[in-house]
Design a protein around this ligand. Sequence first.
Ligand SMILES: [Zn+2]
Length: 137
Amino acid sequence: MDARSLLTENAKLKKENEDLRNRIPCSRNQLKAIRGCGKALVIKTLGPQDSEPYRKYSRSMFSCLWYKYKLQFSLNSITETKEHQVDEGLAFINKYEIPQRFLYLKPAPLCHLCDEKPGTVPADDVLICDDCYGFFL
Ligand SMILES: [Zn+2]
Protein backbone atom coordinates (compact mmCIF):
# COMPACT_ATOMS: atom_id res chain seq x y z
CA MET A 1 0.00 0.00 0.00
CA ASP A 2 1.36 3.42 -0.87
CA ALA A 3 1.48 6.36 1.52
CA ARG A 4 -1.60 7.97 0.12
CA SER A 5 -3.82 4.91 0.45
CA LEU A 6 -2.49 4.45 4.00
CA LEU A 7 -3.60 7.96 4.83
CA THR A 8 -7.00 7.39 3.26
CA GLU A 9 -7.31 4.13 5.14
CA ASN A 10 -6.32 5.85 8.38
CA ALA A 11 -8.89 8.60 7.89
CA LYS A 12 -11.54 5.99 7.16
CA LEU A 13 -10.72 4.07 10.34
CA LYS A 14 -10.77 7.25 12.38
CA LYS A 15 -14.19 8.10 11.04
CA GLU A 16 -15.47 4.60 11.76
CA ASN A 17 -14.08 4.73 15.26
CA GLU A 18 -15.75 8.09 15.84
CA ASP A 19 -19.07 6.72 14.58
CA LEU A 20 -18.77 3.72 16.86
CA ARG A 21 -17.97 5.89 19.88
CA ASN A 22 -21.04 7.93 19.15
CA ARG A 23 -23.18 4.83 19.10
CA ILE A 24 -22.21 3.60 22.56
CA PRO A 25 -24.68 5.01 25.07
CA CYS A 26 -23.66 5.60 28.67
CA SER A 27 -24.65 2.96 31.19
CA ARG A 28 -27.55 3.25 33.57
CA ASN A 29 -25.14 3.90 36.44
CA GLN A 30 -23.35 6.60 34.49
CA LEU A 31 -26.66 8.27 33.78
CA LYS A 32 -27.51 8.03 37.45
CA ALA A 33 -24.19 9.72 38.29
CA ILE A 34 -24.94 12.54 35.84
CA ARG A 35 -28.43 13.07 37.23
CA GLY A 36 -27.07 12.86 40.79
CA CYS A 37 -24.43 15.44 40.02
CA GLY A 38 -27.11 17.82 38.70
CA LYS A 39 -29.28 17.22 41.72
CA ALA A 40 -26.40 17.83 44.13
CA LEU A 41 -25.77 21.15 42.42
CA VAL A 42 -29.43 22.15 42.72
CA ILE A 43 -29.51 21.18 46.40
CA LYS A 44 -26.27 23.04 47.02
CA THR A 45 -27.76 26.13 45.40
CA LEU A 46 -31.36 26.08 46.64
CA GLY A 47 -31.17 24.13 49.87
CA PRO A 48 -32.51 20.70 50.90
CA GLN A 49 -35.40 19.11 49.03
CA ASP A 50 -37.92 20.02 51.73
CA SER A 51 -36.92 23.68 51.75
CA GLU A 52 -39.14 26.32 50.20
CA PRO A 53 -36.63 27.54 47.60
CA TYR A 54 -36.05 23.96 46.44
CA ARG A 55 -39.78 23.30 46.13
CA LYS A 56 -40.32 26.59 44.31
CA TYR A 57 -37.34 26.79 41.99
CA SER A 58 -35.75 23.38 41.51
CA ARG A 59 -37.84 22.53 38.43
CA SER A 60 -36.80 25.74 36.80
CA MET A 61 -33.15 25.32 37.73
CA PHE A 62 -33.09 21.71 36.52
CA SER A 63 -34.57 22.73 33.20
CA CYS A 64 -31.96 25.49 32.76
CA LEU A 65 -29.15 23.12 33.63
CA TRP A 66 -30.29 20.26 31.39
CA TYR A 67 -31.10 22.65 28.57
CA LYS A 68 -27.46 23.84 28.53
CA TYR A 69 -26.21 20.29 28.93
CA LYS A 70 -28.21 19.03 25.95
CA LEU A 71 -27.06 22.02 23.90
CA GLN A 72 -23.44 21.39 24.83
CA PHE A 73 -23.51 17.75 23.75
CA SER A 74 -26.12 18.07 20.97
CA LEU A 75 -28.56 15.72 22.66
CA ASN A 76 -32.35 15.62 22.67
CA SER A 77 -32.38 14.16 26.14
CA ILE A 78 -29.79 13.61 28.85
CA THR A 79 -30.55 9.90 28.56
CA GLU A 80 -28.84 10.04 25.15
CA THR A 81 -25.47 10.85 26.74
CA LYS A 82 -22.79 8.70 25.12
CA GLU A 83 -20.29 6.74 27.14
CA HIS A 84 -17.39 8.86 25.92
CA GLN A 85 -19.23 12.03 27.01
CA VAL A 86 -19.70 11.02 30.64
CA ASP A 87 -16.54 12.56 32.15
CA GLU A 88 -16.96 15.73 30.18
CA GLY A 89 -20.63 15.79 31.14
CA LEU A 90 -19.87 15.60 34.85
CA ALA A 91 -17.23 18.31 34.47
CA PHE A 92 -19.73 20.43 32.58
CA ILE A 93 -22.25 20.21 35.42
CA ASN A 94 -19.60 21.06 38.01
CA LYS A 95 -18.53 24.11 36.02
CA TYR A 96 -22.09 25.17 35.17
CA GLU A 97 -22.58 28.85 35.78
CA ILE A 98 -25.67 29.09 37.96
CA PRO A 99 -28.10 31.74 36.70
CA GLN A 100 -28.14 34.77 38.98
CA ARG A 101 -31.82 34.36 39.84
CA PHE A 102 -31.18 31.06 41.62
CA LEU A 103 -28.48 32.41 43.87
CA TYR A 104 -29.05 33.57 47.43
CA LEU A 105 -32.38 31.75 47.76
CA LYS A 106 -31.00 29.03 50.00
CA PRO A 107 -32.40 29.25 53.53
CA ALA A 108 -30.01 30.35 56.23
CA PRO A 109 -28.60 27.42 58.21
CA LEU A 110 -30.25 26.90 61.57
CA CYS A 111 -28.60 27.80 64.86
CA HIS A 112 -26.15 25.13 65.90
CA LEU A 113 -27.42 25.19 69.51
CA CYS A 114 -31.22 25.49 69.47
CA ASP A 115 -31.74 24.25 65.90
CA GLU A 116 -34.78 26.53 65.63
CA LYS A 117 -33.75 30.03 64.64
CA PRO A 118 -31.51 31.00 61.74
CA GLY A 119 -27.86 31.04 62.71
CA THR A 120 -26.49 34.52 62.23
CA VAL A 121 -23.54 34.80 64.60
CA PRO A 122 -20.35 32.89 63.76
CA ALA A 123 -19.04 30.94 66.75
CA ASP A 124 -15.91 28.94 65.97
CA ASP A 125 -16.86 27.20 62.73
CA VAL A 126 -20.64 27.07 63.28
CA LEU A 127 -23.44 29.65 63.31
CA ILE A 128 -25.67 30.37 66.30
CA CYS A 129 -28.75 32.60 66.63
CA ASP A 130 -28.92 35.98 68.37
CA ASP A 131 -30.83 34.54 71.32
CA CYS A 132 -28.33 31.80 72.01
CA TYR A 133 -25.53 34.28 71.55
CA GLY A 134 -27.22 36.59 74.11
CA PHE A 135 -27.59 33.69 76.50
CA PHE A 136 -23.85 33.15 76.58
CA LEU A 137 -22.90 36.80 76.98
ZN1 LIG B 1 -30.18 29.35 68.93
